[in-house]
Every structure is written in structure tokens, then in C-alpha cells.
Design a binder for this molecule. Structure first.
Ligand SMILES: Cc1cc2nc3c(=O)[nH]c(=O)nc-3n(C[C@H](O)[C@H](O)[C@H](O)COP(=O)(O)OP(=O)(O)OC[C@H]3O[C@@H](n4cnc5c(N)ncnc54)[C@H](O)[C@@H]3O)c2cc1C
Length: 324
């Protein structure tokens, strides 16, 4: 079976790796410059910066086993940051015993490992699909990408809905799936400072425009200079989705001053808008979806409760359902 997978994030990569092991021919397409999706660290002259996923945990036995393999191979490392919480009562330490992992040397390393030698086409946004009842034809900017007996979409909900719009009348299940709201946005701002700021490596922020702060240098493999990454909350990010970068950076500096209680002088700043970042808490969880009549599968964090682990589990589940 020749199977096309759209999306080289952790869900698409996990699905591709399983299907390849089962002897199928897999071709993966991604619109990004490289594999990783929301798990990508940004490469800068000073080193890698994590702007998207910050770390991942492993609660299921299956993902714990996968993480164990990655740890042994050096694909990931443990991240034992000193954690704090900023809430209505101020800033206070909040240590816990959760095992947290990060990719090495960059967050996307596990995705790259899973894809191995699988045929991967980056810079390739799939923008049109045709299905003749037996085969899927994929197109990018009018160019045909090939014919496939099965199609997997491992992309955020809103992007999958847009691509599958012409097929919704044929599948009430798809229409229902897409009716709920899914991934919420997140503005990310990285601020380089001259001086060390706070005696913590990361801060969970509550009841505030920010939701998370992390010191990049506290993570093995990342930029050594004093860089702080700030994530704005879903509510703030949605409200300011179309704001200019200048406005968002200004808000980030104000927020960092508020939390640290110190004046901030930014040496450099970097801003990234994640339009589809994290799953809405109330979204129904189905793991993955396979529609045999359409020879179509869907995987991704948005179908399985959000987070890296759940995206991986979703990709693995879809691979099992596809070959039954
Ligand atoms: C700011 C932020 C912070 C996060 N923090 C954490 C965290 O701390 N811990 C945690 O566990 N999770 C975190 N997450 C969530 C985690 O990153 C995701 O759950 C996981 O990476 C999703 O993987 P995925 O494969 O489902 O989707 P993605 O990683 O989004 O992969 C989808 C891929 O599809 C590609 N694509 C989309 N449309 C097309 C198209 N038409 N044609 C071709 N390619 C296409 C994209 O380029 C992308 O590479 C965070 C996410 C964000 C954005």
C-alpha cells in the first residue's frame, strides 16, 4: 500500500514509522522547512531556542517505552528545571517530581528520528485533494504530487477542515468532527537580556496575560545566553491574534517586568504567532479517526487531548487502524 501522510509533526512521524515497519510505502509532505511542526526549536546564531512545545511528559506505558529508547540513543534528555508559579499571591517556588523531557540538540529530534529514511518532502504545502473512490491525488500549487491508496492527515484541526472541505458532504462524521472548536492560538516572545533575571528556570503563570516563562539556557542543548521565552495565554492570544509584533513585544516586556518586579532591557526579541497551538480543553477525545470508505485517516494532538505524548499516541493508533 502506498500511503501519503500530510504533516511531519510527531503524530505524522509516529504514524509513518509504524506503517513503514509494517512494510508499507510511505511518502510524507510538510509545508514547513523541516520536520517537527510545533515541536521545532528555532536555530539562531546563538543556538537553539524553543518557541513552541517546551517539554514533554510520558504518562502511558507505550510512550514511556518510546522515551526510554530515545533517552538511550541520546535523542532526548531529561530536563529538571527549577520551577516556580506566579499567581495572585506572587512568585513562589513550585518543585515537583514530574519527569520532563526535551529533544536533543533541538526539540524536533524525536520527530527526525522517527522519520529516519522515510521519503519526506518539505516546503510542500498540500492545498488540493482529489479522490476517485480508490486513490487520492495530492496537489501543491497546481503541481501533482502523486497518487496514493490511503491518505493520512496529521495536521491541526482547522487546517484539516480547510483541506477536506469538498468532502464534508460525503461524510457527516467528518462534518461533526470539525464542528467543535479545536486548537487555540499562542503568541510566543523570546527576549534576550543582558543580566540573569530570576533564580528559576521556568514559571507557570496563572490569572495573567502570560501562561509560561522559561529560561532557554536552563535547557541542555539550547542557547547559552540569557534568553527568556514567554507564552501568552490562549485568551490573550486570541484577543490579540492580529496585533502587530511591536505591540506583542511591548506587552511581553511589560508582563516580564510585572512578574520579575524588575525593569527589563531587551537586547533582542523574537516573536512567533502559533495560530493553532494547544487543544481546547473541552474538545472530545477520539484518539484517531479512520474512514475506510474514504481511505482517509486523521491523527494529531487535537484528536487525543493535546500534548506531544497524545499526538504520538494518536499517530500510533491510526497506523494500527489503517492496516486492520
Ligand atoms: C506554544 C506551544 C507550547 C506547547 N507546549 C507544550 C508542552 O510544553 N508540552 C507538550 O506536551 N505539548 C506542548 N505543545 C503541544 C505540542 O507541541 C503538540 O501537541 C504536538 O507537537 C502536536 O503534534 P502534531 O503532529 O499533532 O501537529 P504539528 O506539530 O502541528 O504537526 C503538523 C505538521 O503539519 C504541517 N502542515 C499543516 N498543514 C499542512 C499542509 N496543508 N500541507 C503540508 N503540511 C502541512 C505543519 O507544517 C506541521 O509540521 C505546545 C504547542 C505550542 C504551539
Amino acid at each position: 500500500m502506498t500511503i501519503a501522510i500530510i504533516g511531519a509533526g510527531i503524530a505524522g512521524a509516529a504514524c509513518a514509522a509504524r506503517l513503514t515497519r509494517q512494510g508499507h510505502q510511505i511518502v510524507v509532505f510538510d509545508k514547513g522547512r523541516s520536520a517537527g511542526g510545533r515541536m521545532s526549536s528555532k536555530r539562531t546564531e546563538q543556538g537553539y531556542l524553543d518557541l513552541g512545545a517546551q517539554y514533554f511528559t510520558a504518562r502511558s506505558e507505550a510512550f514511556q517505552a518510546q522515551c526510554h529508547q530515545w533517552l538511550q540513543a541520546g535523542t532526548i534528555s531529561r530536563w529538571n528545571g527549577s520551577l516556580a508559579v506566579f499567581d495572585d499571591s506572587g512568585l513562589h517556588p513550585s518543585p515537583d517530581d514530574t519527569e520532563r523531557y526535551i529533544g536533543q540538540p533541538a526539540m524536533q529530534a524525536p520527530v527526525v528520528q522517527l522519520l529516519g529514511n522515510i521519503s519526506l518532502h518539505c516546503n510542500c504545502p498540500v492545498d488540493q485533494l482529489q479522490f476517485d473512490g480508490n486513490h487520492w491525488q495530492l496537489f501543491s500549487k497546481g503541481i501533482a504530487l502523486g497518487s496514493f491508496s490511503q491518505l493520512v492527515l496529521a495536521i491541526p484541526q482547522q487546517q484539516a477542515r480547510q483541506l477536506l472541505q469538498p468532502f464534508l458532504p460525503q461524510s457527516p462524521k467528518l462534518a461533526t468532527l470539525f464542528a467543535a472548536t479545536a486548537l487555540l492560538p499562542c503568541w510566543a516572545v523570546n527576549i534576550q537580556l543582558e543580566q540573569p533575571l530570576l533564580p528559576y528556570d521556568a514559571i507557570f503563570v496563572k490569572n495573567h496575560p502570560l501562561s509560561w516563562l522559561a529560561r532557554q539556557a536552563a535547557k541542555p542543548g539550547r542557547c547559552r545566553a540569557e534568553h527568556w521565552l514567554l507564552h501568552f495565554s490562549p485568551a490573550f492570544s486570541a484577543q490579540h491574534l492580529e496585533a502587530s509584533i511591536d505591540v506583542i513585544v511591548e506587552q511581553a516586556v511589560i508582563a516580564l517586568q510585572h512578574i520579575s518586579g524588575q525593569p527589563i532591557k531587551a537586547v533582542t526579541t523574537l516573536c512567533h504567532r502559533w495560530r493553532y497551538a494547544q487543544q481546547a480543553p473541552q474538545y472530545p477525545v477520539s484518539g484517531a479517526v479512520y474512514l475506510p470508505a474514504l481511505a482517509l485517516g486523521l491523527a494529531g494532538d487535537w484528536l487525543n487531548g493535546g500534548r506531544v505524548e497524545n499526538a504520538w499516541l494518536s499517530g500510533v493508533q491510526l497506523a494500527q487502524e489503517l492496516v486492520l
